[in-house]
Design a protein around this ligand. Structure first.
Ligand SMILES: Cc1cc2nc3c(=O)[nH]c(=O)nc-3n(C[C@H](O)[C@H](O)[C@H](O)COP(=O)(O)OP(=O)(O)OC[C@H]3O[C@@H](n4cnc5c(N)ncnc54)[C@H](O)[C@@H]3O)c2cc1C
Length: 409
């Protein structure tokens, strides 16, 4: 590729793919953009799938981000309902060639640059029956919403954020819910064991039969059997045990013959350039930037902007702080920063860490003396004030001083 690309191929028409195309236009790209999506739907938003759509508050169409006409207006040619099945490089390992993407319907697209935005697919368990629900797509959400209207009991396998949001939506409809979690603390991977325990309390206090530290032996007629021989029966099952990057369509090796690094996502540099694939960038849930992969709504948008700028050779956008939220049992859980880097937790507001009310609890995460993340339960106004402190890696004293100032108001 010499200078700016004429034709950018974007594979994956979800949030990251759409935002990349939009950001390319916003940054002045005049050339062609093609957007390829496996699903028949125009790009839509996923957070409402386990919230407003599942609870029946929104018609599914409200989750749409841009319809076909709006894509046309931006000069984005869309190929929807047809997955990319192969990628080939033509013309040398230096990237000064074309990139060919083959689609499931046999068509081929040729571009100068490719952005891989294929997201993740719901992980399934061995022996999982076809009747068990997963929740990743709009169609999954509508199917589960309809099922919740017909059933009296629901078994959710996996107590992470999606499992908890599903459990909440089911309880709201009067469905009895059991959640099975393999770890001792639900949401431990996202929030750590101490703060994750508050997410567990939210579930139990709302009326969910939460069973942690359970090992599944397998699926049986009408339910599951646990490793200790106990059977748990329910009218319907949802499996929410994480997701796997959608990378099966990529080649095993790059044009120089070296193996592609796809261990936990597509390995990329700090601006999304895929290692070993010249002219290829990656954004969103599928991408592992600088050794770290996130499945966060805001990251997909932030990365899309950084990638669009990098493709066009424009100045990089300002660095951002990771952010995630989840709506559970009537309150918002928010996490700013990188909790995975912490070695201790610091109580900032509320009583939750002392066994009191979860609502209003704000916890800091420290790596040594540095504040690396802040989590909040129903405390949106407070948590926003810590964002600059997390961004600058403020110390414990500064975090406590902020807590004191906010409490004094
Ligand atoms: C139910 C649910 C609730 C969520 N709630 C929250 C939340 O509350 N807060 C939060 O921060 N994040 C939330 N997320 C995560 C957030 O939605 C994702 O981080 C975001 O959608 C990532 O965007 P993406 O473009 O990487 O992937 P996606 O939005 O998944 O888009 C990827 C697209 O690529 C398509 N695709 C896959 N393979 C191919 C192929 N070979 N060819 C062409 N197309 C292909 C897929 O069909 C999909 O449409 C939620 C996710 C889900 C599923």
């Amino acid at each position: 590729m010499a200078g700016q690309p004429e034709h950018v191929l974007v594979v994956g028409a979800g949030l990251g793919g759409l935002r990349t195309a939009e950001q390319l236009r916003a940054a002045g790209h005049q050339g062609r953009i093609s957007l390829v999506g496996a699903e028949p739907h125009a790009p839509y938003d996923r957070p409402p799938l386990s919230k407003q759509v599942l609870r029946g508050e929104w018609e599914p169409a409200r989750a749409m981000l841009r319809d076909a006409d709006a894509l046309d207006e931006l000069g984005i040619r869309s190929y929807l309902g047809t997955a990319a099945v192969a990628l080939r490089h033509h013309g040398g390992a230096d990237g000064r060639g074309t990139i060919e993407v083959e689609l499931a319907d046999g068509a081929t697209l040729h571009g100068d640059v490719l952005v891989v935005a294929t997201g993740v697919a719901a992980r399934t368990l061995p022996g999982q029956p076809a009747t068990a629900h997963t929740l990743r797509t709009l169609d999954d959400s509508v199917a589960l919403r309809d099922a919740l209207e017909r059933i009296g009991s629901l078994l959710v396998v996996g107590g992470g954020f999606i499992g908890a949001e599903v459990a909440g939506a089911a309880l709201d409809r009067g469905v009895a819910v059991t959640v099975l979690e393999a770890l001792e603390v639900p949401a431990e991977r996202a929030l750590g064991p101490i703060v994750g325990a508050l997410a567990g309390r939210l579930m139990s206090e709302a009326g969910v039969d939460l069973r942690t530290g359970t090992r599944l032996a397998g699926f049986v007629d009408g339910g599951v059997e646990l490793a200790d021989g106990t059977r748990v029966a329910a009218d319907a099952i949802v499996v929410g045990v994480g997701a796997v990057p959608e990378l099966g369509w990529l080649p095993a090796t790059g044009p120089d013959g070296s193996a592609l690094d796809v261990s936990d996502g597509l390995a990329c540099g700090p601006t999304g350039r895929v290692h070993g694939l010249p002219g290829v960038w990656s954004v969103g849930d599928v991408a592992r930037w600088d050794g770290h992969r996130t499945e966060h709504w805001t990251s997909a948008g932030d990365q899309a902007r950084a990638v669009a700028h990098d493709i066009l050779g424009a100045d990089p956008p300002p660095a951002t702080v990771p952010y995630f939220w989840s709506d559970q049992f009537g309150l918002k859980i928010q996490l700013i920063g990188r909790a995975d880097r912490a070695d201790s937790v610091l109580a900032l507001h509320g009583e939750g860490l002392d066994g009191g009310a979860v609502r209003g609890t704000v916890a800091g995460y420290l790596a040594g003396d540095r504040l690396v993340a802040v989590a909040a339960f129903g405390a949106a106004r407070l948590v926003a004030r810590y964002r600059p402190l997390v961004a600058e890696g403020a110390d414990r004293g500064a975090a406590l001083a902020m807590a004191g100032t906010l409490d004094a108001r």
